[in-house]
Design a protein around this ligand. Structure first.
Ligand code: NOJ
Length: 523
């Protein structure tokens, strides 16, 4: 089995993880100093989200230099120290690759604006003439995922495409220069010792020839994503095969995993399991995020359907599970209670396959309320102030202390990248450390037990005790059985045909019964 097939990978959002220099923004040195927290938790790998130079129009996913380090986060040497420390602690390190778009401050886009229509510089992006008698209308009806048209007009009258914010112009992936430029980016980070890449909007790089209209209802029903002319195009796959060959053959520096063990994980918002399976064929990416699991409601049937669609893995590729990310509402809030989030964690961590945790999930953080004047997410402006966006899950972590900044920075509480709420003292790592009932200790115990009971085949379905229509989930992973009671009434687990003794529970057990919104592991 390869390490990535059942890895537990911790997502680290650097500006909100730990600050080392007192400016209120988390940085690479802060992350290095706190990596021990991730190792102690029992994760196997870290995925660090963009730390590259960026004007921050989209939290760092608008990159001005794909091989640089943002000055407020540190230097290339700080990145090397982070990598070495991760490897010393036995953690793999995965970085973000953002190939669909650049920042509008990227030298390529500046050159494109300066060079004008018809130039080779513009051919790296998707510039088009507008429709209407004077080209005053966008070239087609495409909508940005952040709201509003996916086109912005420049001074000379041409329009450029951006599936996200206007500050994130989409690249033209049919340009040989773009293709070779990104192969260099991959080589650059491999040479610096990374163990893999998380590929941003991996379903969007190629747009259908002729850029046809997409029709009404765009971005409203994710189940239709694969039908959009800007998503899930066939030409993606030869590109990912090229990258896979590069990963499998490029020499590895000391400390990094050898070629063939480095990974690519697709952030592809494709919900049709058969379409998603195509990204993780044996010669393409290694993993794809299973967003259907993250999006499922606290409902036994809904969760069972997602698990059954994912296992056995349709294309035989690796399966992943995740409950949170820097883009999602934190599970405590999304699922409706801390009890449910804790039970969901035990469900996720018992399933065969890999799991992704997002920083703060292990502390049971709820979604934070961020005041209007501190919101940074472009969704807020682009939606005309109807969608608050994702900042509530990007608030700096509470490490210690009774009040903000909770050990996150030595700077002033109001200096932090996003404001931390009052009342987070009980969520700090220090407060949870010695409390056996804390969420932090639940995650630590779960990761330890999970390691002791590896699933023999992470692509195979577990043995089910519950039937698809049951209001609870019960299944076996190797020697460990997981029972999740999603309903309100207690469930006598012995009556389910499950034998053994409980070794971990997300809440207090009532005799031989599992209370509502509770999960238990039995060996
Ligand atoms: C997905 C990233 O996770 C998200 O934060 C970002 O806004 C979009 N891709 C665009 O890069």
């Amino acid at each position: 089995m390869s390490w990535w097939q059942d890895t537990v990978c911790y997502e680290l959002y650097p500006r909100a993880f730990a600050d080392s220099d007192g400016d209120g923004t988390g940085d690479l040195a802060g992350a290095t100093a706190r990596l021990g927290h991730i190792a102690e938790l029992g994760a196997d790998a870290v995925w660090i989200t963009p730390f590259y130079p960026s004007p921050l129009a989209d939290g760092g996913y608008d990159i001005a230099d794909h091989t640089g380090v943002a000055p407020d986060l540190g230097t290339p040497e700080d990145f090397d120290r982070l990598t070495s420390r991760a490897h010393e602690l036995g953690l793999k390190l995965i970085v973000d690759l953002v190939p669909n778009h650049t920042s509008d401050r990227h030298p390529w886009f500046r050159e494109a604006l300066a060079a004008g229509p018809g130039s080779a510089e513009r051919a790296r992006y998707l510039f088009r003439a507008g429709r209407g008698p004077s080209g005053q209308l966008p070239p087609n009806d495409w909508q940005s995922a952040f709201g509003g048209p996916a086109w912005t007009r420049v001074a000379d009258g041409e329009w450029y495409c951006h599936l996200h914010a206007p500050e994130q112009p989409d690249l033209n992936w049919r340009s040989p220069e773009v293709r070779s430029g990104f192969a260099d980016v991959l080589r650059y980070w491999l040479d610096r010792g990374v163990d893999g890449f998380r590929v941003d909007v991996a379903h969007a790089l190629f747009k259908a020839e002729g850029l046809p209209d997409a029709g009404p209802g765009q971005h409203r029903d994710p189940l239709r994503n694969h039908l959009m002319p800007y998503y899930d195009q066939e030409e993606l796959h030869p590109l990912y095969r090229e990258w896979r060959t590069l990963l499998d053959t490029h020499p590895a520096p000391p400390g990094a995993v050898p070629p063939r063990d480095r990974v690519m994980v697709a952030e592809a918002a494709v919900f049709d399991p058969a379409r998603l399976a195509r990204y993780i064929r044996p010669d393409e990416m290694h993993q794809a995020f299973n967003f259907a699991f993250l999006e499922a409601r606290w409902d036994a049937k809904e969760l069972r359907d997602v698990i059954d669609a994912s296992l056995p893995s349709p294309g035989g590729g690796a399966v992943t599970w995740l409950l949170s990310s820097h883009d999602a509402v934190r599970p405590v809030t999304r699922l409706g209670s801390a009890a449910r989030a804790r039970a969901a964690a035990l469900l996720m961590l018992a399933l065969p396959g890999a799991a992704y945790l997002y920083q703060g999930e292990e502390l049971g953080l709820p979604q934070a309320a961020v005041p209007d004047d501190r919101l940074r997410d472009p969704l807020w402006e682009r939606s005309g102030h109807t969608e608050r966006g994702r900042d509530g899950s990007r608030v700096p972590l509470p490490w210690s202390g009774d009040s903000a900044p909770y050990g996150f920075t030595t700077g002033a509480p109001d200096s932090t990248w996003l404001p931390q709420p009052d009342g987070w003292a009980r969520y700090t790592v220090a407060a949870q450390e010695h409390d056996p009932a804390s969420t932090l200790n639940l995650y630590r115990a779960a990761l330890r037990l999970r390691r002791e009971h590896p699933a023999p085949d992470p692509t195979a379905a577990p043995h089910w005790y519950s039937a698809p229509g049951d209001p609870y989930l019960a299944f076996r992973r190797a020697g460990l059985t997981c029972v999740v009671n999603l309903g309100p009434a207690p469930l006598a687990w012995a009556e389910l045909g499950v034998t053994g003794r409980p070794v971990l529970a997300s809440g207090a057990l009532e005799g031989e019964a599992v209370p509502g919104d509770t999960a238990v592991w039995v060996v």
